[in-house]
Design a protein around this ligand. Structure first.
Ligand code: GLV
Ligand code: MN
Ligand code: MN
Ligand code: MN
Length: 414
């Protein structure tokens, strides 16, 4: 006997305990998670995920980039499955919810359907995408980039981390270079639940965001070569100070983002001084930077303005600055049928919602280039993410998962 799908709700306690249980893989003293992609901790959570999906009746496959697919059969196996999920890797000092919520919510949807004896028309496929974060290997959203052929698989496998370890070697080291061809697991669409990672929903007291757009992103790698010399004896006008140069570039990125409207953001997240010493003028610095905006034209304008500004700063300071664009992701526009299914599911559950733009990057941005895709956001405390303090309320996680469940039933056919 199957329960009426219209009244179905997920098991909120079970969802919460899976989030807390998996946070122990790479759990930090401050209550966060350090689970860099393809690390030993990543292997542990992947093993847990595989076992949990198999216990829920799914067949798990792994492709050549370590992307994991847990297939739950449907009534019509000629239909490609509807994908649901997110990522299990975290930032070096990340939280318990970024990515994990979307994967655990997808598992909870399958468990709920199992308990209720409901078989969807189309099969479902829980996805765990490799290296969404991009903090060990650049760029971010790497596994899904390979899946949609945005980057060649061989190129991805050859990317290296700061220690020179390649993605291919790291996959082999944890036993997650799977036999499936990348892209072979077809999907008919993709739905991802995620914390907002920003302050809007919390400030407006809304439990659900229907993500309609995703920001375009440019990532830069930079290197400044000035000249190391004595801090005490080198007159100010003869210095070639790499750190002072970087300071100007950081402020230029900030000023350009501010000048290009409320939705543009820009930052320098990393800077490493070679051979740092209190009494040596920094002569060499490596840094990374980025711009994000939902408007492709503004992304072009920011890029050109920064390149021009960097040339001007380098010439004036007589230092050499290299600024390489290592990644560009165009803005994403999610599928109206999928966003409509999410809004309708929230309405049916009596959950207030609003349309929202994603500031963070997500695998759904790549999936959206291939199949109808959309995302659900739930609030997180103070909008804080990429931080061990990241926090979300059990009720909000449950509300988002219920919206996912009903959107899945509408799209996959319950
Ligand atoms: C990854 O989380 C990103 O948005 O850069
Ligand atoms: Mn994420
Ligand atoms: Mn993240
Ligand atoms: Mn992200």
């Amino acid at each position: 006997m199957s329960a009426p799908a219209s009244n179905l709700t997920i098991n909120a306690d079970r969802l919460w305990s899976t989030i807390i249980e998996t946070a122990r893989f790479g759990g930090t003293d401050k209550g966060g998670v350090r689970r860099l992609t393809l690390s030993e901790e990543d292997r542990q959570v992947r093993d847990w995920f595989r076992a949990a999906c198999e216990a829920a009746g799914c067949t798990v496959t792994v492709d050549g980039l370590g992307n994991m697919f847990a297939l739950r059969p449907g009534k019509d196996m000629t239909k490609p499955p509807l994908g649901i999920g997110s990522h299990l890797d975290t930032q070096p000092t990340g939280g318990k919810f970024d990515g994990v919520l979307g994967v655990m919510a997808a598992l909870e949807v399958v468990r709920t359907l199992n308990d209720a004896g409901i078989e969807t028309d189309a099969p479902l496929c829980i996805c765990n995408w490799t290296n969404e974060e991009g903090s060990r290997f650049a760029p971010a959203m790497m596994g899904s980039a390979g899946y949609v052929a945005d980057l060649p698989v061989a190129d991805i496998l050859a990317r290296t981390d700061a220690e020179g370890v390649s993605v291919g070697t790291a996959l082999d080291a944890i036993g997650y270079r799977g036999p499936e061809e990348v892209g072979a697991q077809k999907l008919s669409g993709f739905l991802e639940l995620h914390i907002e990672q920003g302050p809007i929903l919390e400030a407006e007291g809304l439990p659900i965001g229907v993500v309609e757009h995703g920001q375009g992103i440019i990532w830069y790698d930079g290197r400044i070569t000035g000249f190391e010399s004595h801090t005490g004896s080198t007159p100010m006008h003869l210095r070639k100070d790499a750190l002072a140069t970087l300071s100007e570039i950081v402020l230029a990125i900030e000023a350009l983002a501010k000048a290009h409207g409320p939705n543009a953001v820009g930052s320098v997240g990393e800077a490493v001084i070679a051979r740092p010493s209190r009494n040596v003028i920094p002569g060499e610095i490596a840094f990374s930077g980025e711009f994000r905006t939902p408007d492709a034209g503004i992304l072009d304008a920011l890029d050109k303005a920064l390149q021009d500004k960097v040339k001007e700063i380098a010439a004036r300071r007589k230092v050499d600055v290299r600024l390489d664009t290592i990644w560009r992701k165009e803005p994403t526009h999610f599928d109206p049928v999928m966003t409509g299914a999410i809004a309708a599911a929230a309405d049916r559950l009596g959950l207030p919602h609003r349309p929202i733009v994603s500031g963070a990057g997500h695998d759904s941005f790549h999936l959206a280039t291939l199949v109808p895709t959309a995302m659900i956001f739930v609030p997180c405390k103070d909008g804080v993410s990429h931080n061990e303090l990241e926090s979300a309320k059990p009720d909000d996680c449950a509300a988002g998962t219920n919206v996912l469940l009903h959107a899945v039933l509408a799209v996959a056919g319950g």
